[in-house]
Design a protein around this ligand. Structure first.
Ligand code: NAD
Ligand code: IPM
Ligand code: MN
Length: 359
């Protein structure tokens, strides 16, 4: 089997954790005979420095052509002075929207060896296996009108628009229902239907889709503020959460701390399959460039490695290899391997070693 992969390491800790995931990929290739044609590109702040823009047309075209994109992280204080329409974060936003990557899957799994690492009590988080499906090409991130204007009295006004239409809601809800069928068969749809019209439409569309096409799946609805509280109170009540772009961003960072560290959470962002069944996809940790620890060689590479596992599963169809990588991560943790965010002393590379030794 031959696959093509575009690797975009980006900024900050991105280029530190990415090589650890690529070492794991190399090992998987040796084990399976898989051949991966890897190309690399600049993205985010690195691309601003090198190419003047956070995402060049060439890099975007190569992302489109690849079987999958493995992404690190973008942004950092170095680029704070960039014009808003040339900031590093636009790279990931543009990749999501241009490639039609509307479903951002963010699994929050508490690995048994890390039960004590969570800031929550072990009895609250033990065994947690939650999947957040975050809509990722719509909502207030992309809604129009948006902008900044100066009012007649000289005051400034910044504005954004939250908007969701039936097809945007249906396609992401479909992903959530399908995933639920392979899990505990429960979906919680999260919005603010008590305040926002977009939330009201979201709720109605998700319910109608469930009644029409997924009557076997248990669906409940929850306001986003309550969901944040419930995630801290009793996270195991959830199986699959489906929600909009902004709420999904917030709730997934919160969910990461249930697992022990933001440095553990991977994600897959998927588009719709084309006629040939090929599905555009990008894989990235949910964390950012971590400027406070960048350059020290201490970032946790597990979110990047687990993102690679998701890539093996969703884009390369290598379920057994994905499981093997996940098992190697858990085995390393069980043997006490910990980076600083988990209270340990291993460097990024040593944590990569620990996973490879067990793979
Ligand atoms: P962040 O996720 O970069 O960091 C938040 C905290 O988590 C920091 O204390 C950091 O040290 C820690 N952390 C993150 N990843 C870690 C890892 N792998 N190992 C150990 N600790 C880790 O969020 P932030 O500080 O709010 O944002 C920094 C920059 O990253 C900003 O420019 C932001 O826009 C950008 N960002 C990018 C992405 C992305 O590229 N997908 C995601 C989130 C934030
Ligand atoms: C994430 C990040 C991005 C987002 C930023 C960097 C644009 O926070 O992937 O969670 O808000 O989607
Ligand atoms: Mn985020």
């Amino acid at each position: 089997m031959t696959k093509s992969l575009l690797v975009l390491a980006g900024d900050g800790v991105g280029p530190e954790v990415m090589p650890q995931a690529l070492r794991v990929l190399e090992r998987v290739c040796e084990r399976t005979g898989l051949t991966v044609g890897i190309s690399t590109g600049l993205v985010g702040g690195a691309a601003i420095d090198g190419e003047g823009r956070p995402l060049s047309d060439d890099t975007l075209a190569r992302a489109r052509a690849a079987d999958a994109v493995l992404f690190g992280s973008v942004g950092g204080p170095k680029w704070d002075g960039q014009p808003f329409d040339n900031r590093p974060e636009l790279a990931i936003l543009k990749l999501r929207s241009e490639l039609g990557l509307f479903a951002n899957l963010r699994p929050a799994t508490v690995f048994a060896p890390l039960v004590e690492a969570s800031t929550l009590k072990p009895e609250v988080v033990r065994g947690l296996d939650l999947m957040i499906v975050r809509e990722s090409t719509g909502g207030i991130y992309f809604g129009e009108p948006r902008g900044i204007e100066t009012l007649p009295n000289g005051d400034r006004r910044g504005f954004n628009t939250e908007s969701y239409s039936t097809p945007e809601i249906e396609r992401v809800a479909r992903v959530a229902f399908e995933l639920a069928r392979g899990r505990q068969n429960r979906v919680t749809s999260v919005e603010k239907a008590n305040v926002m019209e977009s939330g009201l439409v979201w709720r109605e569309v998700v319910q109608a889709l469930r009644d029409r096409d997924y009557p076997d799946v248990a669906l409940s609805h929850m306001y986003a503020d309550n969901c944040a509280m419930q995630l801290a109170r009793n996270p195991r009540q959830f199986d699959v959460i489906v929600t909009g772009n902004l709420f999904g961003d917030l709730l997934s960072d919160l969910a990461s701390m249930l697992t022990g560290s933001l440095g553990l959470l991977p994600s897959a962002t998927l588009g719709a399959p084309d006629a040939a069944g090929r599905r555009p996809a990008l894989y990235e940790p949910i964390h950012g460039s971590a400027p406070d620890i960048a350059g020290k060689g201490i970032a946790n590479p597990l979110a990047q490695i687990l993102s690679l596992a998701m890539l093996l599963r969703w884009s390369f169809g290598l379920e057994d290899e994905a499981k093997a990588v996940e098992a190697a991560v858990i085995a390393a943790l069980a043997d006490g391997a910990r980076t600083a965010d988990l209270g340990g002393t291993l460097s990024t590379v040593e944590m990569g070693d620990a996973v490879l030794e067990r793979l």
